[in-house]
Design a protein around this ligand. Structure first.
Ligand SMILES: Nc1nc2c(ncn2[C@@H]2O[C@H](COP(=O)(O)OP(=O)(O)OP(=O)(O)O)[C@@H](O)[C@H]2O)c(=O)[nH]1
Length: 251
């Protein structure tokens, strides 16, 4: 796992396709010899386990200590279904909840716009984090108008059933109503489910990219004008010359 930079510096990073705010997606098909780039933003309320999830996915380890996070961008190459992918994961600062509305700052908006796919995390021990789910989903759709970026909903802290505030089936129902894939995980106890969530997201991105790529391929298949045929040019030049000679001799 490689830490690229913290979110504080992201706004000043103009690298195309590699950092939030960096403009066009670098994810389309990758360049020759380079793995395809998949950019994922992880969003959710504060304390739901976003950082723990990202670190678990990238290192297989669980971090137990809590430190409010400013938002880091991590990268790692992973082979998924035989294809090497360069995955960038943007951990974002937790949204503080005031009432039920979502107040995203510009940094977070930039991260969402930058992403090819988004993971929305809530905690089954925090009902308010669950209530934010549909707000986040709507916000993501608004920031990607006309482009259905794949979204996965992750219900975390499944090991804390004794203090749960959200029934797992409610998470599942809401996620399917929003058209998102749903995973219930315990980042602290389980790596497999965490990997599956990111795996399915990467597959969705791949699918979406291959849908948009044929258009690009088709345009690149339009025959380019041929370079002039030298034999043909010589022949036409000779013809023109002899016509001129004929005109001159006939005068
Ligand atoms: N029991 C349990 N604790 C978890 C789990 N996932 C995360 N935690 C703990 O929950 C706390 C918050 O986790 P973080 O990953 O820092 O949460 P965050 O969403 O990044 O928080 P912010 O930085 O405030 O946005 C930490 O103490 C984690 O160890 C889990 O699956 N089970």
């Amino acid at each position: 796992m490689r830490l690229i930079h913290s979110m504080g510096t992201i706004a000043e990073q103009p690298q195309a396709g590699s950092a939030p705010g960096g403009g066009e997606s670098g994810g389309l098909g990758g360049h020759a010899g380079r793995p395809r780039l998949v950019k994922i933003a992880v969003v959710g309320a504060s304390g739901v386990g976003k950082t723990a999830l990202v670190v678990r996915f990238l290192t297989k380890r669980f971090i137990g200590d809590y430190e409010r996070n400013a938002g880091n961008l991590y990268s790692r190459q992973i082979e998924i279904d035989g294809e090497m992918l360069a995955i960038q994961v943007q951990d974002t600062p937790g949204i503080q909840i005031h009432g039920q509305s979502l107040e995203c700052n510009e940094q977070l908006n930039r991260c969402i716009r930058w992403a090819d796919a988004v993971v929305i995390v809530f905690s089954i021990t925090d009902y308010k984090s669950y209530e934010l789910l549909s707000h986040f989903h709507q916000h993501i759709r608004q920031l990607h108008p006309g482009n259905r970026v794949p979204v996965v909903v992750v219900a975390n802290k499944a090991d804390l059933l004794h203090v749960k505030e959200v029934e797992p089936q409610h998470g599942l129902q809401l996620a399917s109503m929003l058209g998102c894939t749903f995973y219930e995980v315990s980042v602290s106890e389980n790596y497999k489910e965490v990997f599956s969530a990111f795996h399915s997201l990467c597959k969705d991105v791949s699918k979406q990219q291959s849908v948009s790529t044929p258009e690009k391929r088709r345009t690149s298949l339009i025959p380019r004008p041929k370079s002039p045929n030298m034999q043909d040019l010589k022949r036409r030049f000779k013809q023109a010359l002899s016509a001129k000679v004929r005109t001159v001799t006939s005068v």
